[in-house]
Every structure is written in structure tokens, then in C-alpha cells.
Design a protein around this ligand. Structure first.
Ligand code: DLL
Length: 438
């Protein structure tokens, strides 16, 4: 017998009135600030420097008094400097790709994991998932939060969970057909790739997918329509970042007019990225999160660098939590290529370490929904050679070194000295042809 679809995973809090949400947030905020001040000397110093004491933050209206945290703080405090509990209370670490300096490490207590999984379960339910579903998790497992987040949410909901991880497309399709996967969780680019493979192999009639939960990178409405049509599903967006927990910080409901932010755990603000000033609802700016429930890694006023718009207009789904638009861009130079966060500075580090000048151009493109990363690298006059074998060997060496740094393959093209156009102002290091942010 099939289980009736629940509309919400945690109805009371997901549909609480705005006044109730504000009351919950105010209460939890005051407690979180006190906890962080007492346990995180790094942030205590920031508050002291800003002249703010825990007693000054009693409600939401006081949030703006708190200093911001940025990725630079994470780097400075790496690895344990922002921990708010003894390490012995932590049961999990997750991380982003990248090497020290750019890598983000997040810590979780048992309770943090539970809350994170609840957030993911809310997202799954919003996409129509029930305990009768077969949830095919093809996000990467391991340090990346995608796999374990959706996996945990699916378990909590009681759905049959397939921990596929990413890659090995033949096996993905075989399981999908044999076990009748109904909900697919992966990056939108991988979903598009799977859709293409399904079409090529003539498997469309043998798959039972009904919904997909796709995130971790920007994707357009065209891409959504493409995936929906080719897989015959409804495709839902999901947002999150490692620093704040992982996927499920916000998720789409069937209305698909923005993603509901789990406001009982995270307070969202939009600020002007230049001045740090809080902007009124409806204005585009940088998304900032304050974690009010997390025990191990409770970041306060963390600047995501994602540019978005918030809306508290009522949603017909009945959820009352604020909605964020799809990220409309970034206020830093981070690129997401094949779902992996890439900073131009990482590429520059590899080039310089291998004796190349800092004259390069990064070209990102997307063909048939698959990202490509090409790097044009200028040689010095001494390196320049017309011996093709030598050049290929050099390129191969750089490809390896970049793979070790970034975790994904970049195609390297060595070019003649002085052939990359010089700019009078800032060098145009990145050419992103994907036009992902609309
Ligand atoms: O990408 C967590 C995640 C996993 C989200 C699976 C959704 C699904 P990070 O690797 O730390 O965490 O990357 C976080 O990815 O600041 C955004 O710039 C971008 N991002 C995440 N979700 C979306 C989305 C995971 N739905 C960074 N649309 C964030 C656009 C997204 N960008």
C-alpha cells in the first residue's frame, strides 16, 4: 500500500506565522551569541573589537551589531579556531575541495547532523518524496556535503536510499532501471548528462523517475526545462554551502518561486557587498547567514558571497519561511565548474609553482550541459619550443598538477610569450561563456 504524500516534513515550524518565526529567531539568536562568545575566542575578539557584548544582542533587531565572518576568517582560524565545542563532541567533518587556504572544513555534533538531515528531509518532502520512494543519491559522497546530506535526509524520511555517489554512469543507469529509482539527487549538470545517456541507450521507458533535487551549482531555467522534458520529471532546486551545513539550507517547493530558507535554523540577511549595509527586502545583494542552532560550527553573520534577492511574500505551498532567489552571481571570483568550487588564485598558484609567469586566461564553457575548463598559459621565451613532444609533455605535467589542486581536470594550452591580451586595468583572467546567472 502506498503512503500518502506528506505536504511538509515538520509542518508546525515550516508553516509557523511570521511572528512566531521572528520570536524563535530572536530567542535562539541571543542564546547562540552568548554561546559563541563564551566558547569561540576568535569571534569573541571580533565582538570585543566591534564593542559588542552578548547582552547587546537580545533580538533580531540587534543582529546588525554583530561583526561579519568571511572565508578569510575561516582561513585564519583553520582548522579548529571556530569550533564552539570540544573536538570530542564532534562526530563528523565535511569539507570543500581545494587545498589549505581555500578549503573549508565544517564540524558537526550528533545534533548538528540531525538538524542538517531534517533540513534535507524537508527538501525531499517538498519535492513530493515519501517513504515509498527510491531515492537515488548521485551527489559525490566523502568530504563533499551533497552525498551525505541528501542521504541522511532520505534515511530520516524512511525512503529507500541508494548511495550511488557520482560517476560510473553505466552502473547509475543499471540501478535506476533495476531498482526503479523515483527521486534523483545530483548536480544539474550530472542530471543532464544522465538524461542524455538514458536517451542514447533508449532507456527512457524503463526509468521511473518522477522528481529530481538538483543543486550545488548555478543552473538556468532553460536547463531545468531540458532536464524535465528529457527525464519526464519535475526538477527542484536546492541550495546550501559547507560552512552553514551543506545542502538543504534552502530548497524549492512545488511553487518553484524561489527557495525557502530553513529560518528556524538560519537567519538570512541581504547586504550591500561593498558597504556591508543591510538592504531592504527585495533588493539584490550578498546573502549572509547566522546559524542559530548549530553546536560545533555556529558561524554568525557569515558572508556567502552569493548574490540573491529575498522575498517574504506568502507562498501558496503554505510554507512561511523566506524565499531566496536562485543565486544571481557572486561577489567574489569563485567559479563552480562541474560542481567543484574553483578559485583563479588556485590556478595561479599551480602555474607559478611550476615556473610559469602569471599570464593566463581561464575559459569556462558548457556544451551539452557539461562544463569544460580550459586554461591558456603563456610560456616564458626560454620555455618556448617548436618541439611538439616537449610542449605536450609540459602541458601534461600542468594538467596533473592542476588536477591535484582543483580535483577536476582542466585542459591546458601553452601559448606563445606575450600572446594573451594585456589589460590596462584588472587582468581579465576568467572568460565564463556559460551565462549561468540571469
Ligand atoms: O555545494 C552544498 C550543496 C550540495 C548544495 C548539494 C546543494 C546540493 P559547497 O561546495 O560549499 O556546498 O558550495 C557552496 O555552491 O555558495 C553557491 O555559490 C553554490 N551553490 C550551491 N547550491 C546552489 C544552487 C554545496 N542551487 C556554493 N544554485 C554556494 C546555485 C549554488 N549555486
Amino acid at each position: 500500500m502506498s503512503t500518502e504524500a506528506k505536504r511538509y516534513f515538520q509542518e508546525a515550524v515550516e508553516t509557523a506565522s511570521r511572528d512566531e518565526i521572528a520570536a524563535i529567531q530572536s530567542k535562539k539568536l541571543a542564546a547562540a551569541v552568548k554561546r559563541v562568545y563564551e566558547n569561540v575566542s576568535y569571534y569573541r575578539k571580533k565582538m570585543d573589537d566591534a564593542g559588542v557584548a552578548p547582552a547587546d544582542v537580545r533580538s533580531l533587531a540587534d543582529l546588525h551589531k554583530l561583526p561579519f565572518l568571511t572565508k578569510d576568517d575561516l582561513r585564519e582560524a583553520y582548522p579548529y579556531g571556530l569550533l564552539a565545542v570540544p573536538l570530542s563532541d564532534c562526530v563528523r567533518i565535511q569539507s570543500t575541495s581545494g587545498t589549505t587556504g581555500r578549503r573549508v572544513i565544517a564540524f558537526y555534533t550528533q545534533n548538528d547532523l540531525r538538524l542538517w538531515e531534517e533540513c534535507c528531509a524537508r527538501a525531499l518532502v517538498a519535492a513530493g518524496t515519501t517513504r515509498d520512494d527510491v531515492v537515488h543519491v548521485a551527489y559525490g559522497y566523502g568530504l563533499f556535503t551533497g552525498g551525505s546530506g541528501l542521504h541522511g535526509g532520505s534515511h530520516l524520511l524512511g525512503s529507500l536510499t541508494l548511495p550511488m555517489s557520482s560517476g560510473n554512469t553505466d552502473r547509475q543507469l543499471q540501478f535506476m532501471v533495476d531498482l526503479g529509482s523515483t527521486v534523483l539527487c545530483c548536480t544539474p549538470s550530472y542530471a543532464a548528462y544522465l538524461a542524455e545517456s538514458i536517451r542514447e541507450r533508449g532507456l527512457r521507458d524503463r526509468i521511473k523517475l518522477k522528481a529530481g533535487i538538483f543543486g550545488a551549482e548555478a543552473w538556468t531555467e532553460e536547463m531545468r526545462r531540458d532536464i524535465e522534458q528529457s527525464l519526464g520529471i519535475k526538477a527542484y532546486d536546492i541550495y546550501g554551502l559547507t560552512e552553514i551545513s551543506g545542502p538543504g539550507v534552502a530548497f524549492e517547493c512545488a511553487e518553484q518561486q524561489g527557495m525557502h530558507i530553513n529560518e528556524d535554523h538560519f537567519i538570512a540577511e541581504i547586504i550591500d557587498p561593498e558597504t556591508g549595509e543591510v538592504l531592504p527586502e527585495g533588493q539584490r545583494g550578498e546573502l549572509v547567514f547566522t546559524c542559530i542552532d548549530k553546536e560545533a560550527f555556529p558561524l554568525l553573520r557569515y558572508r556567502t558571497r552569493d548574490l540573491c534577492i529575498l522575498s517574504r511574500r506568502p507562498c501558496s505551498c503554505g510554507r512561511t519561511h523566506v524565499r531566496m532567489s536562485k543565486p544571481l552571481g557572486r561577489s567574489d571570483d569563485m567559479l563552480i565548474v562541474k560542481g567543484v568550487n574553483v578559485f583563479p588564485s588556485q590556478i595561479e598558484t599551480v602555474l607559478i609553482a611550476n615556473g610559469y609567469p602569471a599570464q593566463y586566461q581561464i575559459v569556462v564553457d558548457r556544451q551539452k550541459n557539461t562544463d569544460s575548463l580550459d586554461i591558456l598559459v603563456e610560456m616564458t621565451p626560454e620555455m618556448f619550443s617548436d618541439d611538439l613532444t616537449t610542449m605536450k609533455r609540459r602541458e601534461g605535467k600542468l594538467v596533473e598538477a592542476l588536477k591535484a589542486m582543483l580535483g577536476i581536470r582542466a585542459d591546458v594550452h601553452l601559448v606563445a610569450p606575450k600572446s594573451i591580451e594585456r589589460s590596462e586595468g584588472k587582468a581579465k583572467r576568467v572568460v565564463d561563456k556559460r551565462n549561468l546567472y540571469q
